[in-house]
Design a protein around this ligand. Structure first.
Ligand SMILES: CC(C)(COP(=O)(O)OP(=O)(O)OC[C@H]1O[C@@H](n2cnc3c(N)ncnc32)[C@H](O)[C@@H]1O)[C@@H](O)C(=O)NCCC(=O)NCCS
Ligand SMILES: Nc1ncnc2c1ncn2[C@@H]1O[C@H](COP(=O)(O)OP(=O)(O)OP(=O)(O)O)[C@@H](O)[C@H]1O
Length: 199
């Protein structure tokens, strides 16, 4: 089974690309979706204990937690120490489940692939990327997003240029969606062909 790691900086189009892999029939494990799930269950008591007042009615209030982190970015470390092991466990379960059922190719959508060592657990790395001005426009168009927040997140992520250098495949998302879909089909074909020839 080939394990593909899909990553990209904020707003580069990772979730969109992950959706296109899934449409091609490839099982995708979405780390962000796992975090959303954990924030309505397993992680809630741990986060309430570490960051009092950031959970409401049994779920994490992402805006409240985000605001706290924006004021105290050093707290990211504590949050990540709670969340990342739980995310990792879900990822392991996903990989094992698909290995057991004989899948030939799976995608792990991991926003922090380089930052958290995820690159060591994958066979191929796919990076979504585009012109920084397009990225910026996409991100700043999001509700509740500010220049300050954008800068803070960017500072916590491996720079796009380094991601591109370490990629086996790059998806340039600066074009229309159909082009991204076409590129993803091309990448799937190339990865399967390489697996057959053992390269
Ligand atoms: C701080 C939180 C509450 C803000 O939630 P919000 O819904 O506003 O933003 P969202 O999760 O969509 O993230 C926005 C962007 O920031 C990036 N990001 C999120 N967490 C981190 C982090 N710890 N380090 C770097 N980038 C991050 C995301 O990949 C995305 O590009 C949330 O991001 C969070 O709980 N992060 C910690 C968990 C984590 O590390 N997730 C990343 C993948 S496992
Ligand atoms: N060719 C393209 N490929 C991918 N996304 C595109 C493309 N053209 C426009 N977009 C838009 O760019 C935005 C990218 O958002 P998306 O949520 O996929 O990014 P992301 O990298 O997952 O962000 P985050 O890291 O913040 O979760 C979406 O609104 C998407 O529709």
């Amino acid at each position: 089974m080939i394990v593909v790691g899909l990553t990209g900086s904020i707003g580069m189009g990772k979730s969109t690309a992950a959706g296109f892999f899934a449409e091609e029939g490839i099982p995708v494990n979405d780390a962000d979706a796992v975090v959303h799930d954990l924030y309505t269950g397993e992680a809630v008591p741990l986060i309430e204990a570490a960051f009092p007042g950031t959970t409401v009615n049994g779920r994490v209030d992402r805006q409240a937690l985000g605001a706290k982190l924006q004021k105290n970015p050093e707290m990211f470390r504590e949050l990540e120490a709670i969340v990342h092991p739980l995310v990792r466990k879900r990822e392991q379960d996903f990989v094992e489940r698909h290995r057991a059922c004989g899948s030939d190719l799976i995608v792990l959508d991991i926003p922090l692939l380089f930052e958290t060592g995820g690159f060591e657990r994958v066979d191929k790395i796919v990076v979504v990327s585009c012109d920084p001005e397009i990225q910026r426009a996409r991100v700043l168009a999001r509700p509740n997003m500010t220049e300050e927040k954008f800068k803070l997140i960017l500072a916590r992520q491996t720079p796009d240029a380094e991601k591109r250098k370490r990629a086996d495949f790059i998806i340039d998302t600066g074009h229309e969606l159909g082009e991204t879909r076409r590129r993803i089909r091309e990448i799937i074909t190339a990865i399967r062909a390489a697996a057959k020839t053992g390269t």
